[in-house]
Design a protein around this ligand. Structure first.
Ligand code: SF4
Length: 354
């Protein structure tokens, strides 16, 4: 069983360094092997809009692996069909990272490809991903209009040439994503869940979770991510298909989660806007940690029964008796007659209380 390392904060560079150090990630690099960093650069969008991996995750990885003696480090990615990868990498600030650390960026849209055998037949994959000594998957945990969520397994689609990406859509995404995850192995996954979008992979409605997590099993990581988004696994069917095809195990227990700090290290939730503000109009918030509030937002998104309820959340309610009939979210609101316990509680636990 793999461990999942969890950290709260807003400084993606330092959070990445701490995750890598705590997990002793250097032991995953094969002797003499290179490291290829695969972020999510699906569109030309600033990471704060909730679609793309923060540049600090890349710089944190580069510093860590360099300090541990790895010289051959690259960034590899191909944006979605119709977008320009080099425009996307500049918008996300990756050009500065590449300059500062003298690390090459390879646009996979121009890479050679090779066919690999998978449970649904052959798939063409970019050679730089296949030949990485350690392929480090750096997804954003966020919603997706077709697959409901996207995280580690689906992020590998960026390692395909455009014509194969189109074929994945024609095949309905679910089985191809699972098949790719079972056949293209990533040794390390660091998830940027600082502000992933609520429901669209191209961003625009960021939910400020201020969290990152690291693991080595993409199926386990996606199962954990689904719970953070309030989703039962059957809502994201590619996870269990990937497990059946040997990509990893969806199972984990509380003991497998290693927390490097507490949610209140990440600061309060910023004022919600757009769709998020609409979801939370009956929420009485006072100094809520980002992770706690994000769990609530995601629960309100997946279960609309909660939207009519009066809900209390935040450290400002600690030790106070709350009005009759309200729902308290998180240990700080145990003064409510009904409370979802946890610090922070998961979106799944909150959604089940509505
Ligand atoms: S229960 Fe309180 S301290 Fe814990 S995450 Fe929620 S608001 Fe923060």
């Amino acid at each position: 069983m793999s461990n999942i390392y969890n950290i709260y904060g807003t400084d993606s560079h330092n959070m990445t360094l701490k995750l890598l150090e705590a997990s002793n990630a250097i032991s995953l690099v094969p002797s003499g092997g290179n490291v290829a960093l695969k972020p999510n650069l699906v569109v030309a969008g600033h990471p704060d809009d909730g679609a793309t991996t923060h540049a600090g995750v890349l710089s944190g990885c580069i510093e860590y692996f360099r300090d541990n003696g790895i010289q051959d480090i690259s960034i590899i990615e191909g944006s979605w069909v119709g977008d320009n990868t080099s425009r996307a990498m500049k918008t996300a600030g990756y050009d500065e990272v590449c300059r500062k650390y003298d690390v090459p960026f390879f646009d996979l849209k121009h890479d050679k490809t090779r066919s690999i055998s998978t449970p649904i037949g052959d798939i063409e994959v970019c050679v730089r991903a296949l030949e990485a000594g350690l392929l480090v998957n750096l997804p954003v945990l966020k919603g997706h209009c077709q697959t409901i969520m996207t995280c580690a397994l689906k992020n590998l689609k960026g390692c395909l040439p455009d014509k194969e990406k189109r074929r994945f859509h024609a095949l309905g995404l679910t089985r191809p994503i699972a098949a790719l995850g079972a056949s293209l192995k990533t040794g390390l996954i660091i998830v940027d869940s600082i502000c992933g979008d609520l429901n669209f992979e191209e961003g625009g409605n960021p939910v400020h979770t201020n969290r990152m997590f690291l693991g080595t099993d993409p199926v386990q990581i996606d199962a954990y991510g689904a719970g953070l988004m309030g989703l039962e696994l059957d809502r994201v069917p590619y996870i269990m298909i990937a497990e059946k095809w040997g990509a990893g195990r969806a199972w984990f227990t509380e003991k497998d989660i290693i927390s490097l700090n507490e949610p209140d290290n990440a600061g309060s939730y910023p004022r919600p806007s757009g769709r998020v503000a609409g979801l939370t109009k009956n929420v009485h918030e006072d100094s809520a940690c980002s992770a706690c509030y994000a769990s609530l937002v995601r629960a309100l998104y997946v279960n609309d029964r909660g939207r009519g309820r009066s809900i209390y959340i935040g450290q400002g309610w600690k030790g106070k008796k709350l009005p009759d009939g309200v729902l308290g979210v998180g240990n700080c609101c145990s003064g409510a007659g009904e409370c979802v316990k946890g610090c922070p509680p998961s979106a799944k636990d909150i959604a089940e209380k509505f």
